[in-house]
Design a protein around this ligand. Sequence first.
Ligand SMILES: [Zn+2]
Length: 89
Amino acid sequence: MFDEFDDFFDAGPMIKVCSKCGCRIPRSSSMDLCKECMKKELFPKVKEFINNNYDVNEMMVADEFGIERSIVHEWVRDGHLEYKKRPQF
Ligand SMILES: [Zn+2]
């Protein structure tokens, strides 16, 4: 029913909230933003990073922006972004 809220109940008084919109985020989140705000804030930069660099992968993007790989994966899929291969000569 409310499976997605399990994290919040477990978090007790140490609940984290998004620094932008104030909605609750899982304490395990490495960011101070909820997924929505994170996307608004970082997606354009991630897109630029992927478009401007060769041989980028999920892990590099995750490292560069300090976000989880699963989130990068989602954005790339939803944003129809393509990782560029370095041209072979
Ligand atoms: Zn937010």
